[in-house]
Design a protein around this ligand. Structure first.
Ligand code: NAD
Length: 359
């Protein structure tokens, strides 16, 4: 029950979301709805055949296929895709893929103002945010702007079936990280908290179920629903220490996105636990456990998480650099981030030891 000091701002993003198995076949209809006639279709190289199938389905509406999306949205790739869009006089984008493809779509929209239809194939959640990270000269910079908001998002579970169960589980842990940090965000509100709790609860059940039965459309559809909720949380409020660390670690050491989130999350929560009592209670409720940190460690193990940051290729010598960049930096977090406990936490996460008691 909310207390009497309740006070918040909630500004839902204006986006059309179709959550529909088989929604892939509705791309053309959605393009017509937006008045788009000349579409640029985006995928990664690995999902090029899916792009071809989309172009076939869109018929004359598809004027170009660019299967060149890569991690971290390098500006050179955006230059290339924009040149193709200009050459073919594209007036809109259809992006099919995970966070990398969704990121390329946003980067093109930022430059061209083209409208976007997005079909997510992982649980990263970027399609529900106004955030864009782009890499130029080896440095990744993130900004928040409405110009990258994606007009239409089609969630079709069938597009996620090809994601190997092990990768699905880690991608789902990435989604859980969005929802958990939303629970203690300074700009949170009751609706976001409800969505976050539902997201964690749904994903906590669906991810092990996908590991056990990878071909189950039902489990994957539930996970996709959880990912949508978690992405909405990510897009609605400001993230804390966990996302800050992942941003710095990803940029410095090029660590794989979902794996890094999975490894680090219990440590971030343990770090914040005593300063975020209400949020921890909510997380525990969502996971059906008294202690959400150990419940998360169990889930991590079920999902086949890598053993520690060292297993992802992070050099131990890099820890001091990360401490220097993150301690006392300007970002919201329930607990002040001081160098000493942060260092202890990162050494434990690097080795994969149990999260230390940091207070
Ligand atoms: P990804 O998009 O890089 O995909 C990983 C790999 O899986 C790719 O090779 C891709 O082709 C393949 N793949 C994707 N879906 C598949 C499917 N259904 N079947 C088979 N293969 C499939 O990974 P990701 O984790 O979705 O996204 C990570 C990127 O997204 C990072 O760069 C991260 O910074 C960004 N991101 C941005 C936001 C935001 O709000 N701006 C949010 C989350 C993530």
């Amino acid at each position: 029950m909310p207390d009497s000091s309740l006070s918040f701002v909630h500004e839902p993003a204006a986006q059309r979301v179709l959550f529909q198995p088989g929604g892939f076949s509705r791309m053309g209809e959605e393009a017509d709805r937006l008045g788009l006639r000349r579409l640029l279709v985006l995928t990664t190289k690995g999902q090029a055949r899916l792009g071809e199938a989309a172009a076939d389905l869109l018929g004359e509406r598809a004027v170009a296929l660019y299967p060149g999306a890569v991690m971290h949205t390098p500006v050179e790739v955006t230059d290339d895709a924009c040149a193709l869009a200009a050459d073919r006089k594209a007036d809109g984008i259809v992006a099919i893929g995970g966070g990398s493809t969704v990121g390329l779509s946003k980067a093109i929209a930022l430059r061209t103002d083209m409208q976007q239809i997005v079909l997510p194939t992982t649980y990263a959640g970027s399609e529900m945010t106004d955030l864009i990270g782009q890499t130029a000269h080896g440095e990744k910079k993130t900004e928040r702007t409405r110009k990258v908001r994606q007009e239409t998002v089609i969630y079709d579970v069938h597009l996620t079936m090809s994601l190997p169960a092990s990768i699905s589980a880690l991608s789902g842990m990435n989604a859980i990280a969005h929802a958990m940090e939303a629970m203690y965000a300074p700009d949170g509100n009751p609706i976001v908290s409800l969505m976050a709790e539902e997201a964690v609860s749904v994903l906590n059940a669906a991810l092990p179920a996908i590991i056990d039965a990878p071909a189950s459309v039902e489990h994957r559809n539930r996970a996709l629903y959880g990912a949508w909720l978690a992405g909405t949380c990510l897009g609605s409020v400001t993230m804390g220490l966990h996302h800050k660390l992942c941003h710095v670690l990803g940029g410095k050491f090029d660590l794989p996105h979902a794996e890094m989130h999975t490894v680090l999350l219990p440590y971030s929560l343990a770090f914040n636990a005593k300063a975020a009592g209400d949020a921890m209670e909510r997380m525990g409720r969502a996971m059906g456990a008294h202690d959400p940190v150990s419940a998360l460690r169990d889930l991590q193990a079920r999902c086949g998480a890598p053993a520690g940051l060292h297993a992802l290729g992070m050099p131990a010598e890099g820890i001091e650099d990360v401490v220097a960049q993150v301690a006392h930096a300007d970002f919201p977090n329930p607990r002040a981030v001081e160098a000493d406990p942060l260092r202890v936490m990162l050494w434990a996460a690097h080795a994969g030891n149990p999260p230390p008691d940091l207070l």
